[in-house]
Design a protein around this ligand. Sequence first.
Ligand code: ADP
Length: 390
Amino acid sequence: MEALPSSLSNPTSSLQLLLFVDKRPSSTEKLRQILSRLRDLGSAFQFGLQVVDVGEHPDLVEHFKLVATPALVKIHPQPLHTLAGSDLIAQLNRTWTQWQQAAEDERETGAIAPTANANGSAMSSDTSIAHLSEVNQLSDEIFRLNQDKQALQEQLQFKERLIAMLAHDLRNPLTAVSIALETLEFALGRTGDRPSRLTPETTAQLLRHARTQAKALDRMITDALQAARGSTGKLQLQPQKLSISSLCYEVVSDLQNRFASKSQHITIDIPNDLPMVYVDLERIRQVITNLLDNACKYTPDQGTIAVYVLHRTTQKIQVSICDNGPGIPDKDKELIFEDRFRLERDEAKDGYGIGLALCQRIVRAHFGQIWVDSSGQQGSCFHFTLPVYQ
Ligand code: ADP
């Protein structure tokens, strides 16, 4: 960075300019011509000029949004005005009277140029550039801090909402478990020495119901913990060789009561010769459960839900969970996998918008893909791929 010879540069003038230059040899002649023209202009009307090397001050280049050098920026009086390009001198000649007039008007109103300090004495050109640069960095920092603050506030609000919703949602399955246990306790007698008043089928059904509800509780707590940890934490996987077919049947059976409560019809279509997969059992159980849970939640009563598994390539199998519910609009097909995204139409339904984001994290951690197919009112088909055990 260099300044014009002090005899020509007046830091207390109400017209203050910055000339941005680069150090390429090809720019030297251009710079000489511009300085010479500025010297001529300065002999009739004094102004402040500082020459800034763009290599030393990329922050100022960005701040003034410069795209070419040389560039001449009027920083005072406001508004900022930038001249740049190969015909900079011609532009300067056209603009000069206007700049001079603005500076004279400013002087008459008694305003002090920004490069003079409060008691009117001139600062050195170095100090004013350093000052500009510092102000610039501070405003970047303030912008960043504001963004961080906003993100933290959103996170805090989300956690508060999550706690409120959890407190509400956990109550239903908890009540269901308590009722099932109380009924069993009453029927069996507190000491267990009286004969049971329940048929073995009803007893089994009550136990199954209590277990399903306990699992639902567990799932909600797991989802909430995942959400509270945020999506940045790395997923710890414990992969093992297992049959995806058995897992699908198990999850469907666990959710049977939920489908029954909406009179929904569920079908499973899995080929017998499917290879084993190499995945984390509990995580993939969570994915299948979340997708089936959504299918049940968003599909109306008497709807149809189907589970298919395909052996797609030698290395991958594909699990599909389809329903004949309201489907997903094209514009939201990717957004629904983002954290806390819910379709406006579904905001009244229970949920936090974190289930699909979690499914995506789990599937990706297994080097698989997850996506949704949905056309019109035909319902949705969620697909994901998993690695075959080699
Ligand atoms: P949540 O169900 O808790 O809202 P998800 O992340 O599981 O969160 O789903 C995000 C959104 O995607 C849901 O709010 C819903 O609008 C939409 N969605 C998910 N699954 C289905 C489905 N099977 N049919 C229709 N819409 C769905």
